[in-house]
Design a protein around this ligand. Structure first.
Ligand SMILES: Nc1ncnc2c1ncn2[C@@H]1O[C@H](COP(=O)(O)OP(=O)(O)O)[C@@H](O)[C@H]1O
Ligand SMILES: O=C(CO)[C@@H](O)[C@H](O)COP(=O)(O)O
Length: 495
């Protein structure tokens, strides 16, 4: 049995994967609050993640009715880019600033301008990746500027999944996938980017963790954490990775030609690349490394289920009614169209953008149209991402849709109709947690058989290797209706 943990923005999922039957035998979900007292501020207490993990692990063991000794290894997936800071005594210095925090825009912009002027080339020239405000670099610069005392105390810097790994194992390390979302990582040469690190702070390089390969363990479960989780001490903890990287594993997206779409707080689209792709002319593609070896070009939007949830809450529409509302409204939402930028935009890169609903008349202004307009808005933005990949020469004939939103059949049909691509919903929609469990198995099997490298695809379950069944196909009539609406949506986009 393998344990997979996904520490997402809205909550933590834990699942127990039986490698023999290739089934999830138990899963759990615990939500996590956001701290958002100032405009743009989005933070969380890492202690809350650990609490959710403790509850989640204990819950899945109880639900599965297994002995903890049956668990061979574990892996952790985490929301990308968040910044966790520890001091010399390993005490948390402040709450984690998250990927969706946008109060850091001025500090990031000032740094990018300064760097370009000093180095004669933009940061992306050195990192191979353009730096939106979501990246960790923006968070660190903000702390340096606004909380200099806290900044001076920094001894170790973590991304969310790295912090969980450290808490589990006591071993300070990073892996390429999540590290590539810091903004101070050279994705061409897969190492910390000296030029950027030194430009932030010449003392910083000495504080960064060593990098390990995807199949290597981050460490082994410590006695203290084993007691708190009710797990056997010493089981391997795999390298883990960012949630998108782990969801790539959990959707079998570990070879070129497959596209995954995640409908979580953020919306993401990603694919596997054997080599780093050149994104000079495609700055919206975040050319990350993957957490399975290779690279993971990704396009991200900032607002998906958070925006839909906000609309639902204001209109008092419970989640269980979501499907009915979509099924009982028409493509085009009666003439309403919505730019869903409640938390600023990342596609296009405009963190200060605000949301709007256009086209309102006395005839179309109702709950069903409003809800549909935000669902269509987030979907139109994601489908723009597919076009951006196509412009970069990447083509796909299937979309693997995951995340909370994938539970909605009506939304997935809408995605197929707008994109014109068939949609597959993998049997496990908690793809980050599944990817973590699969990576744990991969790591464990390589530890068991040293000298004989087992490839990740060898341990993928049949359900991910043979994934063509139950496709949701685009409906030609609906697609014909959507094409002009989609074009108008992008033409009319506020600048
Ligand atoms: N059946 C459903 N229909 C539509 N949306 C759903 C459904 N189930 C869950 N969701 C949405 O998914 C969200 C959680 O998505 P998730 O991928 O877990 O987010 P994150 O990884 O960012 O924490 C919920 O807040 C909810 O809006
Ligand atoms: O910033 C990104 C990707 O670059 C986000 O995708 C985060 O990784 C958060 O993911 P979710 O919690 O929304 O799944």
């Amino acid at each position: 049995m393998y344990l997979g943990i996904d520490c997402g923005t809205q909550g933590t999922k834990v699942l127990l994967w039986d490698a023999e039957t290739e089934r999830v035998v138990a899963s759990s979900y615990h939500t996590c609050e956001l701290i958002s007292d100032r405009p743009g501020q989005k933070e969380q207490h890492p202690a809350a993640w650990l609490d959710a993990i403790k509850k989640g692990v204990q819950a899945v063991i109880a639900r599965a009715g297994i002995a903890p000794e049956q668990i061979a290894a574990m892996g952790v997936s985490g929301q990308q880019h968040g910044l966790v800071l520890l001091d010399e005594q390993d005490a948390l210095i402040r709450p984690a600033k998250l990927w969706c925090d946008t109060e850091t825009v001025p500090e990031l912009n000032a740094f990018l301008t300064r760097f370009n002027a000093a180095m004669g080339a933009p940061v992306a020239h050195f990192t191979g990746i353009h730096i939106p405000v979501a990246f960790t670099l923006a968070k660190l610069l903000w702390v340096k500027e606004h909380e200099p005392e806290a900044y001076q105390r920094i001894a170790k810097l973590f991304l969310p999944h790295e912090y969980v790994n450290y808490w589990l194992t006591g071993h300070y390390c990073a892996e390429y996938g999540d590290a590539s979302g810091t903004g101070w990582f050279d994705t061409y040469n897969r190492r910390w980017c000296k030029e950027v690190v030194d430009a932030i702070d010449p003392q910083l390089m000495a504080k960064l963790p060593p990098l390990i390969e995807a199949h290597q363990p981050a460490g082994y479960l410590s006695a203290a954490s084993a007691v708190l989780l009710g797990l056997p001490e010493g089981i391997p903890v795999s390298s883990g990775g960012g949630d998108n990287m782990m969801s790539a594993i959990g959707t079998g997206n570990i070879a070129p030609g497959i596209l995954t779409m995640s409908l979580g707080t953020s919306g993401t689209l990603f694919t596997h690349a054997a080599q780093q792709i050149e994104t000079q002319h495609h700055p919206d593609i975040n050319a990350f490394c993957s957490s399975s070896g290779g690279w993971l070009p990704l396009v991200s939007t900032m607002n998906v289920t958070n925006a839909i949830n906000a609309f639902r809450e204001v209109m008092d529409i419970p989640l269980v009614e979501f499907e009915n509302y979509l099924n009982n409204s028409e493509p085009g939402a009666g003439g309403l169209w919505c730019y869903p930028w409640l938390n600023g935009a990342r596609l296009p890169n405009r963190p200060d953008a605000t949301a709007s609903v256009m086209g309102i008349t006395s005839r179309n202004f109702n709950k069903a149209n409003l809800l549909r307009s935000v669902v269509e808005g987030v979907t139109f933005k994601l489908c723009k991402g597919i076009e951006i990949f196509q412009q970069c020469g990447l083509h796909f004939d299937q979309l693997r849709v995951i995340g909370g939103g994938a539970n909605s059949q009506a939304w997935c049909q809408l995605i197929a109709d707008i994109s014109g691509i068939e949609v597959i919903r993998p049997t496990v929609s908690d793809a980050g947690a599944l990817g973590a469990a699969l990576q744990a198995r991969w790591c464990n099997e390589n530890l068991q058989q040293p000298g004989e490298m087992i490839a990740l695809h060898e341990i993928l379950p049949a359900s991910l290797r043979d994934i063509g069944r139950d496709a949701i196909l685009p409906c030609p009539q609906q697609r014909a209706i959507y094409q002009p609406i989609y074009a108008r949506y992008h033409q009319n986009m506020p600048t």
